[in-house]
Unconditional design. Structure first.
Length: 383
């Protein structure tokens, strides 16, 4: 991780803070390494929970937009990351007291949050290409999830899981200049992408975009020359936005693939780091069992802490959140494809308590399992 002190100088921060205050009337503070390093928001309890601020920064990167939260005292708080390429070194925060008498308060907060992102992008503190890609992926997440759950194929139907499993092998192939091997692996992933999306062109586009963005992140993490990659070369994104047919999408993908397999890596990063592939395979093969983080780590010959870091870096989730999401994904498949009752499905997916299963299901899917089943069966029934 690059040191924020190298990236952010006091005079530059002062200029940014003054310009933002002039435009919005709100203060800016910079947070890094568990502490507020520059500026002050003059908000009570703003920095009382450093872990919350770190999570907000991570969520901002993940969704590609400012992260807006409300504190326990009713104050609004929002942030954008300080990042170069794919490395996050801290975050810029702003906030205000809740304006309960102003019906336009939420709109003002959102406008101010996006102004902070625009300003930090102009100061080159934010990778605008990466944020835009993440935003596009996030905005169509619901459509992608629907496409995944409509799949009738093997349970590893989520292309993102497949890519995490194949990541080490494909990066090794690219580093060794084994172009044919790299093409073989990417094409194997693409089979899963096309199987999931089916005839839904928009779902197909977003699944392919997510694959490209994930490969970009993985390659940058292994020392790839970022100038040659999708996130930095804006022409790829511009061309992608113009794609409106499957044939054009295939041409775009082939062009990207030929460029990607030819990228170079810096000489000081020779070995591909351990990836999540073995852990994902172990978890998905044991979803019906009470598997702990330590158990998965031991099976994959990782330390528990290293496994947690791999999961967080690779997916953005904690171990418990990732396990629950895999279990709920499996539950959705069983709700779609079987006549098992809710209690049986909960047990099959590793939940011993049906009420807790329902609680987790609602958190992940936004609705109860019974409603999910009835709505999907209605949508899939012939007219």
């Amino acid at each position: 991780m690059q040191n924020w002190k190298i990236l952010l100088k006091t005079d530059t921060f002062d200029n940014l803070r003054a310009e933002y205050y002039l435009a919005t009337g709100f203060h800016v503070a910079f947070f890094a390494d568990g502490e507020v390093r520059m500026g002050n928001l003059h908000l009570a309890d703003f920095a009382s929970v450093p872990e919350r601020l770190s999570r907000m920064i991570g969520e901002s990167v993940r969704w590609g937009e400012p992260n807006i939260n409300m504190l326990d005292n009713g104050s609004f708080l929002w942030c954008v990351p300080l990042c170069v390429n794919n490395e996050v070194s801290g975050g810029f925060f702003s906030g205000c007291e809740e304006e309960t008498q102003d019906p336009k308060a939420a709109g003002k907060v959102r406008e101010a949050a996006w102004k902070l992102l625009d300003l930090c992008t102009r100061y080159n503190f934010v990778n605008s290409g990466l944020m835009q890609c993440n935003r596009m992926v996030a905005q169509t997440a619901a459509k992608k999830a629907e496409a995944i759950h409509l799949s009738k194929h093997f349970f590893f139907q989520n292309p993102r899981d497949l890519l995490l499993i194949e990541e080490r092998e494909i990066l090794s192939a690219i580093k060794n200049k084994n172009v044919e091997k790299a093409r073989e692996i990417i094409n194997r992933i693409l089979v899963g992408v096309y199987n999931v999306a089916g005839t839904d062109f928009e779902a197909l586009k977003i699944l392919i975009l997510e694959m490209v963005v994930q490969m970009y992140r993985a390659a940058v993490g292994e020392g790839a020359e970022s100038e040659a990659l999708f996130g930095v070369n804006s022409s790829y994104l511009v061309d992608f936005l113009k794609v409106d047919t499957e044939e054009a999408l295939t041409d775009w993908l082939l062009h990207w693939l030929e460029s990607f397999v030819k990228i170079n890596f810096t000489e000081n990063r020779q070995e591909v780091k351990s990836t999540l592939g073995p852990a994902i395979l172990y978890i998905k093969r044991n979803l019906d069992k009470p598997i702990s983080r330590d158990q998965v780590a031991a099976a994959c010959r990782f330390s528990p802490g290293h496994l947690s870091r791999l999961i967080k870096d690779g997916t953005g989730y904690t171990y418990s959140d990732l396990l629950n999401r895999f279990r709920i994904e499996h539950a959705c498949s069983l709700l779609d494809k079987t006549s098992l009752n809710i209690s049986e499905i909960a047990y099959t997916c590793g939940f011993n308590d049906q009420s807790y299963f329902t609680k987790v299901f609602k958190k992940v899917m936004g609705e109860a399992p019974g409603r999910y089943r009835s709505e999907n069966r209605y949508q899939k029934s012939p007219a």
